[in-house]
Ligand binder design. Structure first.
Ligand code: ADP
Length: 232
C-alpha cells in the first residue's frame, strides 16, 4: 500500500480543525465525522477546547473580579491552549492518529483580535501551534447562530456576548455586535490561512457529506487502526 505523503507539520498523524462562531454547528459535525472515521477503521482522537484545570480557576476569578485586561485574558487563554496542545493534540499526532479538533488557535486569533489585541502579537504567542492539515470554517450569519441558541434554549454567556466590552447594555444586541466582530476576524483568517469554507446554513447531513468528500483524497492512503479516543 502506498505511504501517505508527509504533512507539512512533519508528524505521521493528521490534524483536522473545526472553527467558527458558537452555534455554527462545529461540534455536531466534528462528532459525526469522528464516528464515521472510526467506523471506517481509522484511529481517531477527538478533542475540544474547554478550559483546562490549569487556568480555568484563574480565568473564572479574574472574570468575576474584573481583573483581566485584553492582554492578560489572551495570555491566560494561550497558556490554556498550550496545555491542551501538548497533552491532547501533539501525542496523538505523533502516534499517527487523525486528530479531530473542535476549535484551535484560530479561535484565539479571532477572539483576541475582537477584544482589541494586535493580531500579529497574538499570532506570535501561538507560534508553537503547527498549521493543521485542514481547517473547516463553518460560515453562518450571526442571526442564525442566535436563532439556533434560542431554539435549543442555550443561555447566552456574558463573555460570549462581549458584555464586558461595553458594546451595549442589552445582552442580545451586545451578542450580535461582538459576534459580528468575531465573524469579521474569521472571514479575514479564512483568506490568509486558507480555510475550507463550509456553508453552515444547510442541513446537518449535507454539510457532513461535503466534509467527508473533502477529506477523501487525504484519507485514501492513510493507514487504518482500530481505536477512537476522546479527551474527556
Ligand atoms: P457549535 O459547536 O458551533 O457551538 P453546535 O454543533 O453545538 O455548534 O450546534 C449548535 C445548535 O445548532 C445545536 O442545537 C445543534 O443541534 C444545532 N445545529 C447544528 N447544526 C445545525 C444545522 N446544520 N442546521 C440547524 N441546526 C443545527
Amino acid at each position: 500500500m502506498p505511504e501517505p505523503s508527509p504533512a507539512p507539520h512533519g508528524f505521521p498523524g493528521r490534524l483536522l480543525v473545526f472553527e467558527g462562531l458558537d452555534g455554527s454547528g462545529k461540534s455536531t459535525q466534528a462528532a459525526l465525522l469522528g464516528k464515521w472515521l472510526q467506523a471506517r477503521g481509522y484511529r481517531v482522537f477527538f478533542t475540544e477546547w474547554n478550559s483546562s484545570e490549569l487556568v480555568s480557576k484563574t480565568i473564572r476569578r479574574g472574570k468575576k473580579k474584573n481583573l483581566l485586561t485584553a492582554t492578560t485574558f489572551s495570555l491566560l487563554h494561550a497558556t490554556d491552549f498550550a496545555d491542551r496542545f501538548e497533552r491532547r493534540i501533539l501525542p496523538p499526532l505523533r502516534a499517527g492518529y487523525l486528530v479531530v479538533s473542535d476549535r484551535y488557535a484560530y479561535t484565539a486569533f479571532a477572539r483576541d483580535a475582537a477584544r482589541g489585541c494586535a493580531p500579529e502579537w497574538v499570532r506570535s504567542i501561538y507560534a508553537f501551534a503547527p498549521q493543521p492539515d485542514r481547517v473547516f470554517y463553518f460560515r453562518v450569519p450571526v442571526q442564525v447562530t442566535l436563532k439556533r441558541k434560542i431554539a435549543s434554549r442555550q443561555k447566552i454567556n456574558y463573555y460570549e456576548a462581549g458584555m464586558d466590552l461595553g458594546l451595549s447594555d442589552d445582552l442580545y444586541e451586545s451578542y450580535e455586535r461582538f459576534q459580528t466582530r468575531l465573524k469579521q476576524e474569521y472571514e479575514r483568517l479564512a483568506e490568509t490561512d486558507r480555510f475550507t469554507i463550509v456553508d453552515s446554513t444547510r442541513s446537518v447531513e449535507e454539510i457532513q457529506s461535503e466534509i467527508r468528500e473533502n477529506l477523501r483524497p487525504m484519507l485514501e492512503h492513510f493507514p487504518t487502526g482500530e481505536r477512537l479516543v476522546h479527551d474527556r
